[in-house]
Design a protein around this ligand. Structure first.
Ligand code: GLC
Length: 735
C-alpha cells in the first residue's frame, strides 16, 4: 500500500497493538485460541490477547500451515495486519546446498547466488517471507561448531559471499523471493575457547578491521533484517548494545531495516547479568533499537508498563513498529498476505534445475587435500574398490540447519557409485559414526543407528576388512557426526571419532591404498591421519546432491577446484589460527634471536597443516611473468597486475588465482598478507591465460592508530598465486 495509507493505518494503532508487532512467537501459539491460553501462552506467561496481536511467526513452513494460520489470524485481526513468517532456511529448503564453509571453498559467489535464488523460491512457495540467513560471522576457531555456517576466516571473501547470498535470496523481492536476515551481529565467531554462547571481547580496531566487514557488506547488499548475536562485545551483550546497533548499524551504516534478536536473547540479558528482570531487559533492548523480540515475553509484558512509568519513550516503540510495517508493506503482504505460499508447493521443490545447480555447487565445494602418486581419479573399470565407512551409504550428509530436507531425496556415495556401469565396487559400513552417542545429549539416544545393522561393531569391521583384502584400493567414507558441529557443537578435540580411527587403523594394516573421503562441519586435525592415507577429499557436509558430487570427483568426471577458506590446524593447541596474522616482534623466519627465543611452539609448527586458499587438482597450474604496470601508486592511479597461468597437466580444470597484499609498515601492525581479489580461470591442458587484477589506493585502507579508515603512504608487496602460501611476489609504493 502507499505510504500515506500505511501512515494512516499506523496512526490508528493503539500502543498495545504496536507492541504486538514487536513480538515473535512460534507455531504452537497459533493453534485454536483456547489451546493457546492454557498451553504455550500460559507457559510463556503472556496474555492470549498478545498472541492475536503478534507480528511474526518463528519456524513455521509449509504452504498449508502458513495459509491456515494467516487466514485464521486475519479473521480475528481488527486491523488486518498480516503475520510475517520467518525461518531458518540457512543453506537449503528441500534442495540442500553444501554447508557455507563448503560454499566458501567454491570461491564462486556467482554460482552460490544462483543457488540461493532457487532456495529462496522453494522457501517462498512453502510460505516463508524471511529467512534467518546468511550467517556471515568470521571464524578463526574450528572448536566452534558454527564454523559450518560461515564461509571462513577472511573478511574480503566473506563479504563477497554475504552479498551473493542476499542477492540470491532477495532478488527483486517478488513472491518467489524471501527477505534475508543477516546474522549474528556481531562477531559471534570470536567466542572465547570456541565455546558456544561464550564471551567475545576484542579491540574496536579488530572488530572493525576483521569482524564487521561482512555484516557491512550484507547491509550494503540490502539485507532487510539483522539478527543480534548471543555474545557480549566489550562487556555488553549485542542485544542490549546501543553502540553496536544504533551508533554503528543504524547511524554509521545507515541501516533502516528491522533488527530481530536471536532466540530468547532479550530474556538472556538477565543471565548475562546486565538486567535485573524482564522489565529491565526489555528496556535495554528497546533502547538499543531492537525491533523484534524472538520468543520471550519481555516486550509483550513489559513495554507498556515501561511507557506508563515513563521509563522509556514510546517513540522507540513507534519507530520499531513502523519499521516492521514498512517491511510487511515492502513484501506486499497487505495486498497478498500469502505471498508465494502455494498449495502446489511440491512441484516447485527439488526440481531438476535446482538439483543441477546444487550438484555443481557440491562438486566445486570439494577440496582435494592430498593425492599421493595420483591415486585419484579412480578407474572403476580396472580397479576393484572397497567403499567402507559410516558415510558409505549415509544420507546424513547435509549438516544441522537443513531440517526441511527429505532424506529419501538425498544421494549417498553408494547411490552414486551404483549408477556406474561396473561391478568392481563393493560396500560395507565397517563401523558406526560414534562409539558413544551420549555426547550428543538427548539427541544422541534417538539417533543411535546401531540398531540399523544386525551385525555388532566387531562383525561390521571384520566384514569390511574382508572386502578390503579382496580389493585393489579402499575408499574410506569417514567423518564427524552431523550433530558434532553446528549450533552447540563446540569440541575441544578435533580428531575423527575413536571408533572410526580404529577402523582406519585396521584398514591401514592391510596395506591397501586408501582414499579418505572426509565429512565435517569444520577443519579437523588430520596430522596423524594424513600419514596413513594416500588421498584426502574434504567434502564438508556436501548437501542433498553430495554423494553424486563426491563420486564425480573420485572418478574424475569433475576435476576438484575447491580451495580452503579456513586454515586446517596442525594441532588444536594452535587455535585461533588464521593466515592474515601479524608478524610479531620475533618472527620465526627472520628474527635474530637464538632458536629458542622466537614466536614459536616447542611441540608444533606455527603454520597450519593445510593453509587458507589451498587445494589440489588432477592437473598442474604454473604461474609465470608476474608484472605490474607501475611500481608507484597514488590516490588517483591504479596499478594493473598481470600474471600468466598455464595448465601444464593433462586434465582441464578451474584454477582460482588469488591476489594478496601486504602493507609493510603502518601506524599499527598490519597482517603479513590480506586477500584483496581472486579470479577463477578455466584452462584446457597446455592452455595459458593471462589474468589481470587492478589495485588502487582504496584497497589499501585500514583502521589506523586513530581508528581512521584510510591508507598510509609507503611500501607494499603483492602476492599472486595458488594459495596464501604458494605465490609469485612483487613490490610497489604508495606515494
Ligand atoms: C538459534 C540460532 C539462530 C537461529 C535462531 C532461530 O539459536 O542462534 O542462528 O536463526 O535461533 O532458530
Amino acid at each position: 500500500m502507499k505510504e500515506k495509507e500505511l501512515q494512516k493505518l499506523f496512526q490508528s494503532l493503539t500502543l498495545k497493538e504496536k507492541i504486538g508487532q514487536l513480538v515473535q512467537l512460534s507455531g504452537e501459539f497459533f493453534g485454536s485460541v483456547d489451546e493457546v491460553s492454557t498451553g504455550p501462552a500460559k507457559k510463556m506467561g503472556i496474555h492470549p490477547e498478545m498472541v492475536s496481536l503478534a507480528g511474526s511467526v518463528l519456524n513455521v513452513a509449509g504452504a498449508k500451515s502458513v495459509i491456515s494460520i494467516q487466514k485464521s489470524y486475519l479473521e480475528r485481526s481488527q486491523h488486518k495486519i498480516p503475520l510475517l513468517f520467518m525461518g531458518d532456511i540457512v543453506y537449503g529448503y528441500r534442495t540442500i546446498l553444501p554447508i557455507p564453509l563448503g560454499q566458501g571453498a567454491t570461491w564462486n559467489p556467482e554460482l552460490i547466488q544462483e543457488n540461493y535464488n532457487n532456495i529462496g523460491m522453494e522457501a517462498s512457495k512453502a510460505g516463508i517471507d524471511v529467512t534467518f540467513s546468511p550467517m556471515v560471522d568470521l571464524v578463526r576457531d574450528p572448536r566452534w561448531g558454527r564454523c559450518l555456517e560461515s564461509t571462513g576466516e577472511d573478511p574480503f571473501l566473506n563479504s563477497q559471499f554475504a552479498a551473493a547470498v542476499i542477492k540470491g535470496f532477495q532478488g527483486n523481492l517478488t513472491v518467489n523471493n524471501v527477505a534475508t536476515c543477516v546474522k549474528h551481529f556481531a562477531a559471534y565467531g570470536a567466542t572465547e575457547g570456541g565455546r558456544e554462547y561464550n564471551t567475545v571481547d576484542m579491540s574496536e580496531r579488530r572488530l572493525r578491521q576483521d569482524y564487521l566487514p561482512s555484516y557491512k557488506a550484507a547491509v550494503e547488499a540490502g539485507s532487510k533484517l539483522v539478527m543480534t548475536s548471543f555474545n557480549t562485545l566489550d562487556g555488553i551483550p549485542a542485544t542490549a548494545n546501543k553502540w553496536l546497533l544504533d551508533e554503528i548499524l543504524r547511524k554509521e551504516w545507515g541501516f533502516d531495516g528491522v533488527i530481530i534478536t536471536d532466540y530468547a536473547a532479550i530474556h538472556e540479558l538477565i543471565a548475562h547479568g546486565v538486567a535485573q528482570d524482564e522489565k529491565e531487559a526489555a528496556q535495554l533492548a528497546i533502547n538499543a533499537t531492537v525491533d523484534i523480540d524472538m520468543k520471550t515475553s519481555c516486550y509483550a509484558n513489559q513495554l507498556e508498563p515501561l511507557v506508563r512509568e515513563g521509563k522509556i519513550d514510546n517513540e522507540l516503540i513507534n519507530q520499531a513498529a513502523w519499521r516492521i510495517l514498512c517491511l510487511k508493506n515492502e513484501l506486499g503482504l497487505f495486498e497478498n498476505p500469502y505471498r508465494g505460499a502455494s498449495i502446489n508447493e511440491e512441484k516447485f521443490m527439488h526440481t531438476d534445475e535446482s538439483r543441477t545447480k546444487a550438484l555443481q555447487a557440491s562438486r566445486e565445494s570439494i577440496v582435494l587435500l592430498k593425492n599421493e602418486n595420483n591415486i585419484l581419479p579412480l578407474d572403476v573399470k580396472k580397479s576393484k574398490i572397497a567403499v567402507i565407512g559410516p558415510y558409505t551409504n549415509s544420507k546424513s550428509i547435509v549438516g544441522m540447519w537443513s531440517f526441511h530436507g527429505k532424506q529419501d531425496e538425498f544421494t549417498s556415495i553408494q547411490d552414486a557409485f551404483e549408477k556406474l556401469d561396473t561391478h568392481n565396487i563393493k560396500f560395507a559400513k565397517g563401523c558406526d559414526y560414534l562409539e558413544d552417542y551420549s555426547i550428543l545429549g538427548s539427541f544422541g539416544k534417538m539417533l543411535n543407528p546401531s540398531n540399523e545393522s544386525t551385525l555388532d561393531m566387531e562383525q561390521q569391521t571384520l566384514q569390511a576388512v574382508k572386502l578390503v583384502e579382496q580389493s585393489d584400493l579402499v575408499v574410506l567414507a569417514l567423518g564427524e557426526h552431523m550433530l558434532q558441529s553446528g549450533e552447540a557443537g563446540s569440541r575441544t578435540e578435533l580428531e575423527l571419532p575413536r571408533v572410526q580411527k580404529k577402523l582406519l587403523d585396521t584398514v591401514a594394516k592391510t596395506g591397501k591404498p586408501i582414499v579418505l573421503v572426509l565429512f565435517s562441519g569444520r577443519p579437523l586435525v588430520l596430522t596423524n591421519i594424513e600419514k596413513q592415507v594416500d588421498a584426502i577429499l574434504q567434502v564438508w557436509f556436501p548437501g542433498s546432491e553430495g554423494g553424486q558430487a563426491i563420486v564425480d570427483v573420485l572418478t574424475g568426471k569433475f576435476n576438484p577446484s575447491g580451495r580452503l577458506t579456513m586454515s586446517f590446524p596442525y594441532s588444536v593447541g594452535q587455535v585461533p589460527l588464521y593466515y592474515n596474522s601479524f608478524n610479531t616482534g620475533r618472527p620465526i623466519s627472520t628474527s635474530q634471536h637464538s632458536d629458542r627465543f622466537l614466536s614459536r611452539y616447542l611441540d608444533a609448527p606455527n603454520g597450519p597443516l593445510y593453509p587458507f586458499g589451498y587445494g589440489l587438482s588432477y592437473t598442474k597450474y604454473e604461474y609465470a611473468n608476474l608484472s605490474l604496470s607501475s611500481e608507484i601508486l597514488n590516490d588517483e592511479t591504479t596499478i594493473t597486475i598481470s600474471v600468466d597461468i598455464q595448465n601444464s597437466g593433462s586434465k582441464a580444470g578451474i584454477e582460482t588465482v588469488q591476489l594478496y597484499i601486504q602493507d609493510k609498515i603502518g601506524s599499527v601492525v598490519r597482517p603479513v598478507k590480506e586477500l584483496k581479489g581472486f579470479k577463477r580461470v578455466f584452462l584446457q591442458p597446455g592452455e595459458i591465460k593471462k589474468v589481470i587484477f587492478e589495485v588502487n589506493e582504496e584497497m589499501l585502507r585500514f583502521y589506523d592508530k586513530n581508528l581512521c579508515y584510510q591508507s598510509e603512504k609507503g611500501d607494499f608487496r603483492v602476492f599472486v598465486g595458488h594459495s596464501s602460501q604458494e605465490y609469485l611476489e612483487a613490490d610497489f609504493t604508495l606515494i
